[in-house]
Design a binder for this molecule. Sequence first.
Ligand SMILES: [Zn+2]
Length: 74
Amino acid sequence: MSGWARERPLRDGATEVTFRGRGLALRSGARLILLVCPLCSQRNAKRGAERGICEWCAYVPSPDEAEPRETGCG
Ligand SMILES: [Zn+2]
């Protein structure tokens, strides 16, 4: 599985986060870039991603649910 999220390196300071284990976003400071929607599991369009809103179902994930993505363990 390859998405546009992997086509470019992460910017400095950006952290990959999930929402209770679902979806995928990049958190950079107070900014949240929604890459994969945790609600409908669709890969987000770039325009929506940068607004932190799902272009498919208009879901806006809560920053409170963002958790750093586990890396290095499968
Ligand atoms: Zn969605």
